[in-house]
Design a protein around this ligand. Structure first.
Ligand SMILES: [Zn+2]
Ligand SMILES: [Zn+2]
Length: 126
């Protein structure tokens, strides 16, 4: 999968500024919606030998622990403008982030970032 990962990384950094498509209201590289769809099929990670459910965008523990007033403000903003898509991978609320390429995805084991935490991920996500 290493070649695939390299391809995705170059998509994110390099070609995003070229032609874009609109996926559920979000402009992105033409190939990117397929990656979002594909990542919805991966619902668990095997971390440190244990199967863990992935955390969907919007379900991050950080978000749930935000101060009450900020959550209210966000709820109002969401009502008016819609829930903002993930700034990094374009996932919408309730969707999974794009694999281990998104710096917003929360590690279900330690609560850190999937792309930078020290947990031992097994399988394709490596
Ligand atoms: Zn994301
Ligand atoms: Zn972790």
């Amino acid at each position: 999968m290493a070649g695939m990962t390299y391809h995705l990384a170059s998509l994110k950094s390099g070609t995003m500024s070229q032609k874009k498509v609109i996926y559920k209201g979000v402009p992105m590289a033409p190939e990117w919606p397929a990656h979002i769809e594909a990542s919805q099929l991966v619902t668990t990670y095997k971390i440190n030998g244990q199967v863990c459910d992935r955390i969907r965008y919007g379900d991050e523990p950080d978000l749930r622990e935000m101060p009450f007033l900020i959550r209210i403000a966000l709820a109002v903003f969401t009502l008016v403008r819609g829930y903002p898509p993930c700034h990094d991978c374009g996932a919408l609320k309730g969707q999974y982030h794009v694999g281990n390429l998104c710096d917003m995805e929360c590690c279900p084991s330690c609560g850190g970032q999937v792309i930078s935490c020290d947990c031992d991920y097994e399988g394709d996500q490596e």
